[in-house]
Design a protein around this ligand. Structure first.
Ligand code: COA
Length: 195
């Protein structure tokens, strides 16, 4: 089954929409920072590299084949400011597996925006996307990222120790995941997603 959502997706505070060419400066505003790149596979990006990244993201709005990605710009409804991005990758069609990810501008961290946007991506994956399990991965030292996974109701499934070299040093990685039935239970009346 292919997934082509109708955009924007959103909440009272946020709109998730496809990237446009006009987003390059906003993306450069946070992707140029070492604090943002520290746990990403990328190094801090130049403006030109951000322009290439945005160009790629413009068409990453649906899932047809394995490893296709949906990468959406997250905008504040009140100001129209682009504050970050969230992604959903189709990891297996047969086993209905997805993977979520996030990158936010430090100016807008600490308000629950990443949790809110990532929850929309889980709703997309388990609702219209009909996925069975959604995972996320991060460096063990990236505490803001794994705490976000826990706020989403994901379970820590693995701790890989020294399984790879990352930026010149041994990598330590956590894998988190949530199953359809766990997500469904969390969406029942009376259940709250923890802060
Ligand atoms: C990972 C990342 C997205 C987490 O951002 P974040 O701002 O900590 O996450 P949220 O937007 O969900 O905000 C949560 C914080 O806001 C607080 N908060 C305030 N209002 C909130 C609300 N309504 N709902 C939830 N949390 C709220 C929470 O208490 C939490 O603060 P704390 O960390 O002091 O406990 C961010 O650190 C980031 O972009 N890092 C750089 C890129 C990166 O490493 N990406 C991941 C690669 S694996």
């Amino acid at each position: 089954m292919a997934l082509y959502p109708t955009y924007p997706l959103g909440t009272d505070r946020l709109s998730l929409r496809p990237f446009t060419r006009g987003d390059v400066d906003a993306v450069y505003g946070y992707r140029r920072l070492e604090a943002v790149a520290r746990y990403l596979f990328d190094v801090p990006l130049s403006r030109e590299e951000c322009a290439v990244a945005v160009q790629q993201r413009i068409s990453q709005t649906g899932l047809t084949e394995v490893n296709d990605k949906i990468i959406l710009a997250v905008e504040l409804n009140q100001t129209g400011t682009l504050i970050g991005e969230v992604s959903l990758i189709w990891r297996s069609i047969e086993a209905r597996q997805g993977e979520v990810g996030w990158i936010f501008d430090p100016l807008y961290q600490g308000h629950g925006y990443a949790t809110e946007a990532a929850n929309i991506m889980l709703d997309l994956a388990f609702g219209p996307g009909d996925m069975h399990r959604v995972s996320a991965r991060c460096a063990v030292r990236n505490e803001p990222s794994w705490r976000l996974m826990e706020r989403l109701g994901m379970r820590r499934e693995a701790h890989f120790r020294e399984h790879a070299i990352f930026k010149g040093a041994w990598d330590e990685e956590f894998i988190y995941a949530i199953l359809w039935q766990e997500w469904h239970k969390s969406r029942q009346p009376g259940q709250t997603t923890s802060k």
